[in-house]
Design a protein around this ligand. Structure first.
Ligand code: F6R
Length: 590
């Protein structure tokens, strides 16, 4: 959601550095942006804010400075306007603040501050925080005023505050992520480590309730409750700068789709050690619960089929936002397997917190090293997909499924079998990406782009495949798509099929083939335009996309087809696949 970037150092173009940093966070989704900088000579704060995308915006009109921060806002409290955009200023113009999260009790504090004479210009909860700090700063030193204000704020928040008289950022967080980057004669701050890669790989992720005072050559961390100094250790990011760039591809999404065969091969070669450890934890526990949101939730659902089919193991599954209503049966012996690309999704973090209260063991499969979920887990597995910058998740999904396949096979001590089918899945995915299949998918996108609705069916492992296909299509092409368990057709959705309705049917070489074909026939009989994704053609298909068999891992090349179809539908319809409307990459609020 909202992005934060800050720079304090020797360079005179701090605002430009910050603007570049914000651009690297664009994928998180935002509707307005702003930058504030301090000129050292006269201690003046200059602010520039705009509605819309950063695009070609420049910041040349701001004076030279070596101390600046900026924010991309995804509106929650108050409309999308320049006044509501961050950074916000206090009444004196000497304190400026950016904020991520939701300041839940802002209304009562706002009334109190207005009574005391503060002029609050925006409709946001965030601006109230800067006036609260200003008020507290009348009696307390600045850092203490920030600390006290933060402790008065209810909800999950991250604040970064500058006082123009002092050469430091004061940053504090609970919930919303903040990462400090350590450079040479410079320090950085970002809501997401991807934005730091161009400057440094040495980072520290602020823990819950920690407060940092960040100067050019010094960083001090305190506990925001006790004021005690925290001895912290930095860590090295294991991503390269190039991994986070588009390279020769027109969009991050396409680049990330094409990276998948190599990522799967890498997991096949090196993933089994952590898979075997995870399998042991699951074996030692009593009851395993998978939890994820959106695309990750479909990986969880796939996991429940994989564990059942391969390891004959029952696992429960809930989406993050529902997990809290179904955890009464968790005990200290339960194992919660939490899946998340970002490791920052609020519903997942909340689920894990609740599970921890019940003393359950937390196993996580996460892509961002050092993220909140990573740090909260008892045992952490890294997906190893590299930075995912397209809002629509692609390689993280196939990465999660690959690890789950390895874990399922490790549960029955057959990890080599898992490795073999992953190698096949990587080969079959590559086949789709480098040969005529891509042209077939582009052609299909042209054919169906004007349709208002489309349906996707599958059974067994192809059911989560159908749900994920529909999600990918709707989120980036804005065509209404519904994923269904094929057996459910007769229970209602069949009423919607009419002449020409596109129906995507997944028919892999497994036990679901016959029954799923029957579903395709039911749709065909009502005039549906049948798109068969299968290892062999069939006369009822109006359009056929071949996908080679890779056992249980066929879900991977099948999803590659879906991702490409969603991508080319978006291109045909002139939507930006990397930045779908109304969506954000990391959903850090509830
Ligand atoms: C869809 C998508 C989202 C995420 C979901 C969870 O393409 O990207 O549905 O999968 O917001 O995000 P993570 O995996 O970061 O927890």
């Amino acid at each position: 959601m909202c992005g934060i970037f800050g720079y304090i150092g020797n360079k005179e173009n701090a605002a430009e550095i910050v603007l570049e940093g914000l651009k690297r966070l664009e994928y998180r989704g935002y509707d307005s942006w702003g930058v504030a900088e301090v000129t050292e000579k006269n201690h003046l704060i200059s602010v520039k804010k705009r509605v819309g995308k950063i695009g070609e915006a420049n910041i040349d009109d701001l004076p030279a400075s070596s101390f600046a921060f900026g924010h991309t806002r995804w509106a929650t409290h108050g409309g999308v306007t320049e006044v509501n955009a961050h950074p916000h200023l206090d009444c004196s113009g000497k304190i400026t603040l950016i904020h991520n999260g939701i300041f839940e009790n802002y209304e009562e504090i706002k009334k109190e501050l207005i009574r005391k004479g503060h002029k609050i210009l925006s409709e946001t909860d965030s601006e109230v925080a800067v006036h609260l700090i200003e008020e507290l700063n009348k009696k307390h030193l600045f850092n203490e005023a920030v600390r006290l204000a933060f402790n008065k704020m209810e909800g999950l928040n991250a604040l970064v505050v500058i006082n123009s008289e002092e050469n430091s950022f004061v940053a504090v967080r609970s919930g919303s992520p903040l990462c400090i980057g350590f450079g040479k004669d410079a320090n950085y701050l970002a809501s997401d480590p991807i934005a730091l890669l161009i400057h440094t790989k040495e980072v520290y992720f602020l823990e819950e309730g920690e407060m940092a005072v960040i100067e050019k050559r010094k960083v001090q961390i305190f506990d925001s409750k006790t004021k005690k100094i925290v001895n912290f250790k930095t860590q090295k990011l294991n991503w390269t700068f190039e991994q986070g760039e588009k390279g020769k591809f027109p969009h991050f999404m396409l680049k990330e789709i094409y990276e998948q065969p190599d990522i799967i091969l890498e997991i096949a070669s090196n993933g089994f050690i952590q898979a075997e450890k995870a399998a042991q934890i699951i074996k030692d526990g009593y009851g395993t619960y998978l939890v994820g949101c959106g695309t990750a939730s479909y990986a969880c659902l796939a996991g429940s089929y994989l564990f059942s089919k391969i390891a004959k193991k029952h696992v429960n599954f809930a989406v993050g936002s529902e997990f809290g209503y179904s955890l009464d049966f968790l005990t200290k012996d339960s194992v919660v397997l939490a899946l998340s690309q970002s490791g920052e999704t609020m519903d997942i973090l909340e689920s894990v917190k609740k599970a921890k209260e019940k003393k359950a063991k937390i196993l996580s499969l996460v892509n961002v090293l050092g993220s909140s979920l990573y740090r909260m887990s008892d045992f952490k597995m890294i997906i190893g997909a590299g930075p995912e910058r397209s809002v629509a998740s692609t390689k993280a999904f196939t990465g999660m499924v690959s690890h789950l396949i390895l874990i399922a096979y490790s549960l029955i001590d057959e990890s080599e079998k898992g490795r073999q089918i992953l190698i096949k899945a990587a080969k079959n995915s590559k086949q789709i990406l480098v040969s005529k299949e891509v042209e077939m998918i582009k052609e299909l996108a042209k054919k169906i782009k004007s349709k208002k609705h489309l349906y996707v069916i599958g059974r067994g492992l192809s059911y989560p495949t159908s749900l994920e296909t529909a999600l990918k299509i709707k989120e980036i092409s804005y065509i209404h798509a519904e994923g269904l368990a094929a057996g459910e057709l007769k229970h209602g959705p069949l009423a919607l099929i009419e002449k020409g309705t596109p129906c995507i049917c997944f028919l892999p070489n497994d036990e679901t083939y016959g029954a799923n074909l029957a579903g395709a026939m039911e749709m065909k009989a009502r005039g549906g335009f049948i798109i068969g994704v299968s290892f062999k053609p069939h006369e009822i298909f109006d359009y056929y996309i071949p996908v080679g068999d890779a056992g249980e891992a066929t879900i991977i090349p099948n999803i590659v087809v879906s991702q490409l179809l969603a991508y080319y539908l978006a291109i045909e319809l002139k939507r930006d696949p990397d930045k779908p409307r109304n969506l954000a990459k990391s959903v850090t609020v509830k």
